[in-house]
Every structure is written in structure tokens, then in C-alpha cells.
Design a protein around this ligand. Structure first.
Ligand code: 13P
Length: 247
């Protein structure tokens, strides 16, 4: 199963559902539809209405983040996994570099992952090195630390997917070369196999994926799908990514 996940970040108002209606109708007719899953993570404000609208349809709704405390607490503007689950959302991203930059430490992320899983959300755990770390050839050590500090054997491994998003690639149009990316995804899977004792952990790639470069990514067999930012805000681009992937 491949994943095409659209992360809307700070984008979307109620009428943006039109974008998803188009993606949904494409995907319901697509002959390849049984080979992939479409997940969209709109902002919190749209989780409930979108989840209701796409219940039992082709698009699965997820959250972009969740809070590190359970159920209800006195933290202004915070949204817990419990609250997200009650909107009907099925997934949550955790550890996106935007949120790491805003203060999400490994300890916080560990709490987030634990609570999300306890509330029966599937987790897309994001990791990735920055430009300087890449330059210093620290990519592998950074990724290993990000994984080992947060993920552990006792977690429900079947509900965790990892998304590799090199920070230098997000929103820049720059993408890793095929050989490096292939090695990195292989490395991440190796670590995950060690942590979870699982045969085939799923690893996605994210960072400037678009309808043109998706063909190159397809060559890398280890990649189980994509986390797509900018291009997920256009139904045409998002649909073209899926079409070109299977062409
Ligand atoms: P872009 O596809 O815009 O580079 O964003 C990637 C991303 O951060 C998805 O979470």
C-alpha cells in the first residue's frame, strides 16, 4: 500500500473542501485506487466537517499535530489526541519540523506519540536533518537519534509510519539525489526494524514532491509514499502526482 498524504499546514477554509471533492472523485474512479491511500491533514478548524464529509469515502482525514497532554487540560489553544479522535480524524502527524522548531522536544514528542496511539490515531512521525547537519554529514546520526529517542518497542508498531522530510528540502524545490535518498530510507527502515522487530516498516518521503519529480521518487522502491505540502493545495497537482506515479 502506498500513501499520498497532503499536509495543508496553515491553509484552508470551509470552501476549500472543493479541492478535496475533486481529489475524492478522481480517486473513486481511478483504476489504481486499491494500490494507495489518500490522507489529507487540514488545520484543526476543518477536521470535524471534513471528517464527516469524507466518512466512508476515498479521503481519510488526519490532524497536523496534537498536544502532549491527554483529554482535557488547562492549556490555552491546545488540542489533545482525544479531541482529535472525536472529530472523526483517523491519523495525526507528529514531529513535523515546523513544530520541532517551535519547541517540540524528543520528550514532548514521545508523549504525543504515546497519547495519539492510546486514542487510536495512526501516527505519521516526521524526522529529518537540516542543511547544516547534511553538510556536516550528520544525517544518519541525526535521524537515528530522532527515531530512538521517541519510538520504542512497546508502542503499537502497526499504527506508526515514519515520514522522512529533510528540512532543507521542504518548500525549497530542492530534493535529495536518488542514491542518497535510497540509502537514507534503507537506513531508517533498518533502525525501525531494530526498534520494533518488524519485518517491513513503512517510510514515506516528504520535501518538494510535485507532479514532475514523483517519477524519480518512484524509482526508489523502499519509499512507501509521500508527504506533500505545497502541491497538496491544488487538486490538479495532487491528482497529477498520483497519476504520474502510476503511469
Ligand atoms: P513541501 O511539499 O511544500 O516541500 O512540504 C513538505 C512538507 O513539509 C509536508 O509535511
Amino acid at each position: 500500500m502506498k500513501y499520498f498524504i497532503g499536509n495543508w499546514k496553515m491553509f484552508g477554509i470551509p470552501k476549500s473542501i472543493n479541492i478535496l471533492n475533486k481529489i475524492n472523485s478522481f480517486s473513486s474512479r481511478d483504476k489504481n485506487r486499491n494500490r494507495y491511500r489518500v490522507i489529507i491533514t487540514p488545520p484543526y478548524t476543518l477536521l470535524e466537517s471534513f471528517s464527516k464529509n469524507f466518512k466512508n469515502k476515498r479521503i481519510i482525514i488526519g490532524s497536523q499535530n496534537c498536544y502532549q497532554k491527554d483529554k482535557f487540560s488547562s492549556n490555552t489553544a491546545a488540542i489533545s489526541s482525544y479531541m482529535i479522535k472525536k472529530t472523526g480524524a483517523k491519523y495525526t502527524l507528529i514531529g513535523h519540523s515546523d513544530n520541532r522548531l517551535e519547541g517540540d522536544t524528543d520528550t514532548i514528542l514521545k508523549d504525543k506519540v504515546k497519547l495519539a496511539l492510546e486514542n487510536n490515531l495512526k501516527v505519521v512521525f516526521c524526522i529529518g536533518e537540516n542543511k547544516l547537519q547534511k553538510k556536516k554529514k550528520q544525517t544518519f546520526s541525526v535521524l537515528k537519534k530522532q527515531l530512538k529517542k521517541v519510538l520504542e518497542k512497546k508502542l503499537n508498531k502497526n499504527n506508526i509510519i515514519v515520514a522522512y522530510e529533510p528540512i532543507w528540502s521542504i518548500g525549497t524545490g530542492k530534493i535529495p539525489n536518488q542514491k542518497d535518498l535510497s540509502k537514507t530510507v534503507y537506513f531508517i527502515k533498518h533502525i525501525l526494524k531494530n526498534i520494533f522487530k518488524k519485518k517491513s516498516p513503512e517510510v514515506l518521503y516528504g520535501g518538494s514532491v510535485d507532479e514532475n519529480n514523483v517519477k524519480m521518487f518512484k524509482q526508489i522502491k523502499e519509499i512507501d509514499g509521500f508527504l506533500i505540502g505545497g502541491a497538496s493545495k491544488s487538486s490538479k497537482k495532487f491528482i497529477d502526482i498520483i497519476k504520474n506515479y502510476y503511469r
